[in-house]
Design a protein around this ligand. Structure first.
Ligand SMILES: NC(=O)C1=CN([C@@H]2O[C@H](COP(=O)(O)OP(=O)(O)OC[C@H]3O[C@@H](n4cnc5c(N)ncnc54)[C@H](OP(=O)(O)O)[C@@H]3O)[C@@H](O)[C@H]2O)C=CC1
Ligand SMILES: N[C@@H](CC=O)C(=O)O
Length: 359
């Protein structure tokens, strides 16, 4: 192996493999990313390490196994970032990339240090950019160096919304308001929920499809949407904090303190309150949609809203997200971005796209 690596290092830059990759998280999104590596688009990437929360693998033969994800679930070396970074260091690829497909705030807090050491970071994990402002500023400082931060998967699961906001911001086109549906799982749930099937049954299906967060309370509490709204607002130049966002929590008190397993076993506690909200909306000729809003003063809200059948959010399908941006130059008519906003495959594709965009 060392001879092989040394051989590659001695090749001219143009002939060297371009991307060496470490994957953190082999769940719904990480698993889909591993499958993408077996496609022609993923073939340019060399996986040199992979980890879940307990185990990791850096041995090339093990990494090549199709059952890598299943094997890591039961076996592997103990988790140790240093060994994963060493595997990246040992590779002669042009770009050394850490992909964070976890929801771990502990891992997210390490992104600035990894960037400062020259590793590119590509992430589906919103915990840093959507966390406290101090973390956001640390990230911006680390991004001023050579290493790049790929965050397309963090909002809209890869829809071109952050890239659009960045272009507008760079052109001096200020955000006046943003309104939309920022959660793929809540979009799917409320697009489907017509009172005939219990909400809890739909929620179980949404988790099985890979739309929800690892703990679906992160979606239902509005916190995952709040993180996305913070990322959008900060990208548009607002120094917004979580405390400034009004967030409606749809998780009944009785479910809030349970551990993840107990929560999953007691989802039926969601049914009666949401059935009542649905019946009240229907009686008024409206539908329920989960909306997020921010105005030019940075006033921000997230929650479940009754909208008329004519509202654009009433026409969404599947996991559609909707972003209606009003800016100084898109003022009369908003700039609208719409499309599927959750799911392992599209999210993994957003990660791959960010890796391949490294030049
Ligand atoms: N699902 C979607 O549609 C989208 C998801 N995302 C984001 O993608 C991320 C992953 O979501 P999803 O795949 O659904 O979640 P899963 O729960 O299915 O997977 C999370 C993975 O992260 C691993 N993990 C946790 N902590 C660590 C750690 N310290 N080191 C290495 N791995 C760790 C878990 O390990 P273990 O298996 O041991 O628990 C698991 O393999 C989340 O941040 C989510 O917000 C973003 C856009 C869309
Ligand atoms: N749980 C999230 C997944 C993507 O970030 C959502 O429902 O939108």
């Amino acid at each position: 192996m060392n001879a092989l690596l040394a051989g590659q290092a001695s090749l001219p830059r143009a002939l060297r493999r371009r991307h060496a990759v470490v994957l953190l998280g082999t769940g719904m999104v990480g698993g889909a990313f591993l499958r993408l590596l077996d496609t022609p688009a993923g073939a340019a990437l060399g996986l040199v390490g992979a980890a879940n929360s307990r185990h990791q693998q850096t041995d090339p033969a093990g990494l090549a196994e199709r059952s890598l994800r299943e094997r890591l679930a039961v076996a592997g070396a103990a988790r140790d970032d240093a060994a994963l970074l060493a595997a990246l260091d040992a590779d002669a690829a042009v770009h050394k990339v850490i992909i964070d497909a976890s929801a771990s705030a502990v891992l997210a807090a390490r992104h600035p240090a990894w960037l400062a050491r020259g590793y590119h970071v590509v992430t589906a994990n919103k915990a840093l950019a959507g966390g406290d402002l101090q973390g956001w500023h640390a990230l911006q400082a680390a991004c001023a160096g050579h290493a790049r931060y790929g965050d397309a998967a963090t909002v809209g699961a890869g829809l071109p919304v952050l890239s659009t906001l960045r272009r507008l911001h760079a052109c001096g086109d200020a955000l006046l308001s943003l309104e939309g549906v920022l959660s793929g799982s809540l979009s799917w749930l409320f697009n489907r929920y017509d009172g005939t099937r219990p909400f809890s049954a739909l929620l179980r299906e949404a988790r099985a499809r890979g739309y929800t967060e690892p703990d679906a309370r992160a979606d239902l509490s509005g916190e995952d949407v709040a993180r996305k709204l913070l990322i959008l607002a900060r990208t548009a130049g607002f120094a917004l904090t979580r405390a400034a966002v009004q967030v409606e929590n749809l998780v009944p008190e009785v479910l809030r303190a349970l551990d993840t397993g107990q929560f999953a076993a007691n989802l039926e506690a969601l049914d009666a309150p949401l059935a009542a909200r649905h019946a009240a909306a229907t009686a008024r000729g409206a539908v329920l949609r989960h909306l997020a809003r921010i105005d030019r003063h940075g006033r921000a809200q997230v929650g479940l809203v009754e909208v008329a059948a004519t509202h654009p959010a009433a026409h969404l399908r599947g996991t559609d997200n909707l972003f209606a941006l009003k800016t100084t130059r898109y003022r009369a008519q908003p700039l609208v971005i719409q499309g599927p906003g959750a799911g392992p495959e599209i999210t993994a594709q957003a990660l791959l796209g960010d890796v391949l965009a490294l030049v």
